[in-house]
Design a protein around this ligand. Structure first.
Ligand SMILES: NC(=O)c1ccc[n+]([C@@H]2O[C@H](COP(=O)([O-])OP(=O)(O)OC[C@H]3O[C@@H](n4cnc5c(N)ncnc54)[C@H](O)[C@@H]3O)[C@@H](O)[C@H]2O)c1
Length: 365
């Protein structure tokens, strides 16, 4: 549930206030929702499938790994008794493959629409920008930018298809922070998998860092205009979490620290999927720690059971950005609009003549 502070500001920038993580949410709100997950056969995706199947969702997993996908679906159907869990082969880097995944999801959906799309598929690993190959050749061979293809282009394809299908979800209405998640089942929600690498540099993985920064940029740009299609967008930014994507070399580099747990990523994602009042928010997920909030708002790491402390793995990100950047952009646009209005029709006509002239090459240097 989102806190109610700053309601006027949130109305102006059409984004819900920072999430109050101390307020519980109700996972049963996801019952009967249709959820499409790319890369859902392993790691976080598999965690989402297991948890949301228990709560009665219809889930369509699209993944390149047919064996893992089919096995997961079979197991989850057996364990939960929920038969509405399906696997469809999909390579997110292939536009037609994603088109087919979304069409299949519409056919398999019990209500003929999709409520939540989770743009989750992702890879990491060898990066030619970090470990160039073929340096003895006369010229460098074409690099393999697969990480960018999957983690950026694949996400753009998913976004484009989500923006087509979500507003067509029968019975859905434009998302709003005033909606009542206990009454409504239809939604229009796009959930992105960013990373802490969306917010900070990631050493030795420049392509991964670039792709995850792109996902952050996509999320921040879309949330500023999501009211147009009535689609709500949210973002998860996990730290290193124990799934197969974390390579052996990363595990060695992190030795002595701790990896986060899939269950905490599932918890953060479930809050987003269940609570339709959350619009345009980002959560960071890391290992569970005990912290105490100081008077200046900063968090201090403390011993377990220290007075006034709490255990948490999930953090609200971009709270300040929400007030300082989005509100600033909104005000800037308002001021520029006011300037335009003050120039009146003559200003508009002058600019139009200049713009058309520019098309014919006048005024270009
Ligand atoms: N685990 C972490 O530490 C961590 C941290 C931050 C962000 N993430 C992000 O979370 C998402 C899920 O990662 P995970 O940790 O569950 O990893 P994972 O390797 O367990 O799962 C990724 C899934 O994506 C699938 N996939 C890969 N390429 C694909 C393609 N071209 N088309 C369709 N499916 C494809 C894989 O088959 C796999 O099932 C990724 O976007 C990842 O970048 C993970």
């Amino acid at each position: 549930m989102a806190s109610s502070s700053g309601t006027n500001l949130s109305a102006a920038i059409r984004q819900s206030p920072p999430v109050d993580l101390t307020i519980p949410y109700e996972p049963s709100w996801i019952k009967d929702k249709t959820i499409l997950i790319t890369g859902g056969a392993s790691g976080f995706g598999a965690g989402f499938v297991r948890h949301w199947a228990k709560h009665g969702a219809t889930i369509i997993v699209g993944d390149i790994n047919v064996e893992k996908g089919n096995t997961l679906v079979r197991q989850v159907q057996q364990e939960t008794g929920n038969k509405n869990i399906h696997f469809v082969h999909c390579d997110v880097t292939d536009w037609q493959s994603q088109v087919k995944l979304f069409k299949e999801a519409i056919k398999l959906s019990l209500h003929g629409g999709i409520d939540t799309v989770v743009a989750n598929a992702g890879i990491a690993g060898d990066d030619p920008l970090q470990q160039p190959k073929g340096l003895s050749a006369a010229e460098p061979p074409k690099p393999n930018f697969k990480i960018m293809d999957v983690n950026c282009t694949g996400v753009l394809y998913t976004t484009h298809l989500a923006y087509y299908w979500l507003p067509r979800n029968p019975g859905s209405i434009p998302s709003s922070m005033d909606s009542n998640p206990s009454k409504s089942n239809r939604d229009r929600h796009l959930l992105f998998l960013g990373s802490v690498a969306s917010l900070a540099p990631i050493a030795l993985q420049p392509q991964y860092g670039a792709a995850k920064h792109a996902v952050l940029g996509l999320f921040r740009s879309l949330r500023a205009s999501s009211h147009i299609q009535g689609v709500r967008v949210n973002l998860l930014c996990p730290y290193f979490i124990d799934t197969p994507i974390v390579t052996t070399s990363a595990r060695i580099a992190l030795a002595g620290g701790s990896l986060g747990k899939v269950e905490d990523v599932v918890d953060a994602a479930t809050r987003f999927v269940a609570d339709e009042r959350i619009l345009g928010r980002a959560l960071v997920i890391g290992p569970k720690i005990h912290v105490k909030q100081l008077e200046d708002g900063e968090w201090k790491l403390v011993e377990k059971n220290a007075p006034g402390s709490r255990e948490t793995a999930i953090w609200e990100a971009y709270a300040d950005d929400w007030e300082e950047v989005d509100a600033f952009s909104k005000n800037l646009v308002r001021v520029l609009n006011a300037l335009q209005a003050s120039r009146g029709w003559i200003g508009w006509a002058t600019d139009m003549v200049r713009a058309v002239g520019y098309g014919f090459g006048f005024g270009r240097r």
